[in-house]
Write a protein that binds this ligand. Sequence first.
Ligand code: GLN
Length: 452
Amino acid sequence: MITLEEALKLSSEDIKNFKKELAVKINKNKEIGAYIEQFTNEPINESGDGVPIAIKDNIQVKNWSITCASKILQGYVAPYNATVIDKILKSGLSPFGRTNMDEFAMGNTTESSFYGKTLNPLDCSRVPGGSSGGSAAAVGAGLAIAALGSDTGGSVRQPAALCGCVGFKPSYGRVSRYGLAAYSSSLDQIGPITQNVKDAAILYDIIAGYDPKDSTSANLEHISTSDKLNSDKKFTICVIENYLKEADEDTQKALNLSINKLKEAGHNIVYRNFVNSKYDVATYYIIATAEASANLSRYDGVRYGNRADCDSLSDMYIKTRSDGFGDEVKRRILLGAFVLSSGYYDAYYVKAQKARAYIKKEYEDIFKTADLVYLPVTPKVAPKFGDLCDPLTSYLSDIYTIGVNLAGLPAISLPVGKNADNLSISAQIVGKAYDEQSVLDGAYSLEKIIRG
Ligand code: GLN
């Protein structure tokens, strides 16, 4: 598959032909289930035919369905473009189709989609990760040049890792959330899934920037990163030792090898333990579910998507929501409503906010002496279908990615090795808030070392 960097140099005619070939290829690979729908009559951008980009089914593309892979949103058509879609259209790209995901971005396997599962292109008996599993599988299978996903607690980095591609979550506020269906508003961030680090920087540059339509958008000038990528810069990189030791043997081996190579390349490696490790998962699942319970209250049969047959108003709410949401979404709405309820608010929600501040501070302390933090993305390689069906096991496997969202930091995942079954193992590089350039430079350097 050509890279985004190469595709952006193609003529309009070449892109047209490329898209025809891509459509045929996607049809032949239907069983992977990466795409839910291909857009025909895509919006035309300023340069005519745009470089095709796969879009997660929770980002609005005007006049196309957006369903968050949920039954409740079947039939809903986006009335306007998300800011990221307007931005890609302006840059010679165009949305090519919508990709599968866990329902409302809740999950890490894409198994909770209303449309059924997506297969991992590296091994079809395994999950592609989630919740942006369709976007990662599309890039990993050579069915997309690049894709957009959303990352609330790892949903860009984790599926990218399991499918052998690069996933980049920018700092909170760097990319507009306008037109992204909200899961947990204080954690959600749109990010690129690509074939390499340079493409991640290119796509990030295209979608980043202050947006007055998003009240949480960071009012900072966006300085482009891709034209300044530097693989020769030397960093102090802090390895989170206790996190690494909790990963399985193959992951530890691959990461330790990569750490040695980083040392040989002249980076300064230091080691620290995370004291917060026992709070990450609990804090995340209190805050994310609390915000989700509020955000998803809008799906009640009145304004969006499906409405169940009903005799009264309350009947309509109950039937529409009971029938429209899947089990995991219901579980999280219940959990979120519980932690926000008057008797438990202080015990859970307020405590989680305090823990969140503590987690953020622990990162800030590390960044006083280090430029970057280095840790695994997942505890092990891509699980088999059904292996993560127990909710608690599934939540615990998010341990390495969710702290980054709680602290609002930029982080990238990129492949550093393979296990004996040829499954991909990735490392994660985290940076200071708004220091995307260092994260990308560090990743560019590591990619060069690994690919040789
Ligand atoms: N797996 C995490 C969750 O289920 C993260 C999801 C995401 O980043 N959207 O909440």
